[in-house]
Design a protein around this ligand. Sequence first.
Ligand SMILES: [Zn+2]
Length: 209
Amino acid sequence: MDLIFFGMQGAGKGTIGKLVAHKYGLEVFETGGELRKLSAEDSELGKKVKAIIEAGNLVSNEVVMEIVENFMKNLGEGKSVLFDGIPRKVVQAETLNALLEKYKREYKGVLLEISMDTALARLTTRRICDTCKTVFPADYKGEKCECGGTLTVRKDDNASAIHNRLDAFQNETMPAIQMYADKLIKINGEGSIEEVEKLAYEILDPLFA
Ligand SMILES: [Zn+2]
């Protein structure tokens, strides 16, 4: 069972996604990570991705889908995927779903739900390690990262940038999420990481039993 993970910025999608993937042995498809991995590869697709990035261009939806297809072709027998951060828009959802159908994948959408107020509160107070760039949630009490780096508020976490990101989620990603309405699992993301993690396992366990 593949999972397509959705969540507003601040919902903890990346963190919970990683925990869920680890728990159920899912391979994580995350566009940024996949781009970095491919551009270091000596394959045809790798060279193409590297050229686009080096030219400073955005990777088009077509190329992203080529990357998804490449990922699925190279997936080990019986392996499932957790898609993190894709699709962001309706057009991506359409092409991703066409690929999932082509490869006869079983899949569900998973939405980590938080209110706009929670998103704003978390985003304006979360901090990032200045050395390894790990993001720490608002309720993290420490002053230092495990790597020894210092935690500071992210520069792009100012109010207008946050509003723009949340608006993009509402206007572009929500319509894409609605395309999964008949196979969408909702998880309340308002609690602490530990609480949401526990809740996620309770809800997802039956899918992987
Ligand atoms: Zn660090």
